[in-house]
Ligand binder design. Structure first.
Ligand code: GCO
Length: 255
């Protein structure tokens, strides 16, 4: 048995990976040996992310596309098909937040958050899994949940509904695709220091609440998610399917 966590020869597509946690996952998988395909919507962020990975000698390329668009996803996968590039690992990480009390929430904002945070995972995983099944290669799907896959926080209802959905979508994928040697699991990051959470980190009260409510007494760092991502992307997890692993410093343990 070689190194259980070695990803050499594997290709991973990580959505929403030009910044934040997605970038950390991409860099971590690349370091473990994978070729990585980044996704984002800003050319400027993409250029910066690719330059950083390439400077470290990693094999990385990128596609700008909207993860909620079936058409754009198909376009990217068709191009990869034409180049004979097979996606072995998908990390459905792309996500947006929109904080507003539900009584004031517009349908369009609800819809947008559900599309980007939940429907995208179905669409991207389906495109990859269809190909994994056709070439009988097996594969790994990793869906990114949240503490809100388990518990609600006021003002983030669409995000919470989407992340709750991610947990059971992950189980659905396991139920339908395990027979094809595809393992589908999820990661639930706790409160992590990222751009998306900048407003929360800068809010003294919220910052205090995170520190007080977490038995670790601190926020998490993006690189602390990498070990779990590499594990779920590698053959070390070949009999693990349909699980969510929370990387939260123990926050949920005390709920
Ligand atoms: C929020 C945050 C969330 C959390 C994260 C916790 O408003 O609650 O933006 O994104 O940080 O999902 O798991």
């Amino acid at each position: 048995m070689g190194n259980l966590f070695d990803l050499t020869g594997k290709t991973a597509l990580i959505t929403g990976s030009t910044r934040g946690l997605g970038f950390a996952y991409a860099a971590g998988l690349a370091k473990a040996g994978a070729s990585v395909i980044l996704n984002g919507t800003s050319e400027q962020h993409m250029d910066k992310a690719l330059a950083e990975l390439n400077a470290q000698g990693f094999n990385a390329r990128g596609f700008l596309f909207n993860v909620a668009s079936e058409e754009e996803i198909e376009r990217v996968f068709s191009q990869l098909d034409a180049e004979n590039v097979h996606v072995d690992i998908v990390i459905n990480n792309a996500g947006i937040q929109f904080r507003k009390p539900m009584l004031e929430l517009a349908l369009s904002d609800w819809q947008r958050v559900l599309d980007v945070n939940l429907t995208s995972a179905f669409l991207v995983a389906r495109a990859a899994a269809r190909r994994m099944v056709a070439r009988k290669s097996g594969g790994k799907i990793i869906n990114i949940g949240s503490l809100t896959s388990e518990a609600a926080r006021a003002t983030v209802a669409p995000y919470t509904a989407a992340k709750g959905g991610i947990k059971l979508l992950t189980k659905s994928m396991a139920a339908e695709w395990a027979a094809y040697n595809i393992q589908s699991n999820g990661i639930g990051p706790g409160y992590i220091l990222t751009d998306m959470n900048a407003a929360l980190v800068e809010n003294k009260e919220f910052d205090q609440w995170v520190r007080n409510s977490n038995p670790s007494g601190r926020w998490g760092k993006p690189e602390e998610l990498i070990g779990t991502a590499v594990y779920l992307a590698s053959s070390a997890s070949d009999y693990v399917n349909g699980q969510m692993i929370y990387v939260d410093g123990g926050w949920l343990a005390t709920l």
